[in-house]
Design a protein around this ligand. Structure first.
Ligand code: 5GP
Length: 228
């Protein structure tokens, strides 16, 4: 699915597909579903100092690290971006992302607006930013409660942080209101397909392809003339 390439696979640099939203808008479920059945995109696994939730696994949802290790990674330049969110540190390990992009693999990021700003400053050509909004504040609270993994204090903290996060919608390329999961997922897939076929990502391959096409046209013109 979604393996649309203009010329042929492996001839473009990977793109950075960034999803941001207030906590509870459905972004994590959407990003996991987007990855299923699409072997051209890899999820960037962040490092965090947040305690692991019961449903989470080390190396799958996050790399759970101590504050000391996180700060060392940051100071050694091993993080592409980092931020403090809800009182914990979160950051993107640099090497896996750079390796994927260079190999033509797309990378999906589930990060906040602060991280998105840092990535956009560094790699504006590679980044596609998507902002997901909840349909209403009441629905946001419902979803946080349904998840039932955070206490009521933590839920209140996340709701109050949502105010700040939502203000940054204008910094994104696409903004989606997540009314129904399937609909939003389908739009996300379409955006990904469209971004993959964006001309500037294919300039090198297209230069050669069109050159060959024009050269072959000379032969076809000769064939057409011979038939006339
Ligand atoms: P949670 O604790 O719910 O997993 O994540 C809290 C927030 O931190 C979410 O908005 C999530 O997108 C963001 N986040 C997760 N990983 C990173 C990261 O590596 N960098 C930044 N800047 N934000 C992150």
């Amino acid at each position: 699915m979604n393996s649309v390439e203009i010329v042929s696979a492996g001839t473009r640099r990977g793109l950075m597909f960034v999803l941001s939203s207030p906590s509870g808008a459905g972004k994590t479920t959407l990003s996991r579903s987007l990855m299923e059945g699409d072997n051209q995109i890899a999820l960037s696994i962040s490092a965090t100092t947040r305690p692991r939730r019961p449903s989470e696994a080390e190396g799958v949802h996050y790399h759970f690290v101590s504050e000391r290790d996180f700060l060392r990674m940051r100071d050694d330049g091993d993080l592409m971006e980092w931020a403090e969110v809800h009182g914990n540190y979160y950051g993107t390990p640099r090497q896996p992302v750079e390796d994927s992009l260079a190999a033509g693999q797309d990378v999906l990021f589930d990060i906040d607006w602060q991280g998105t700003q840092q990535l956009r400053d560094k790699m504006p050509e590679d980044l596609v930013g998507i902002f997901i909004l909840p349909p209403s504040a009441a629905e946001l609270l419902n979803r946080l409660r349904r998840r039932a993994e955070d206490g009521s204090k933590e839920i209140a903290r996340r709701l109050s942080n949502a105010r700040e996060e939502i203000r940054h919608w204008v910094e994104y390329d696409h903004v989606l209101v997540n009314r129904d999961f399937e609909g939003t997922l389908s739009v996300l897939r379409s955006i990904l397909t469209a971004e993959r076929t964006r001309r500037r990502r294919h300039d090198a391959a297209l230069t050669q392809f069109t050159k060959d096409l024009v050269a072959d046209l000379e032969d076809q013109i000769a064939v057409a003339l011979a038939d006339s």
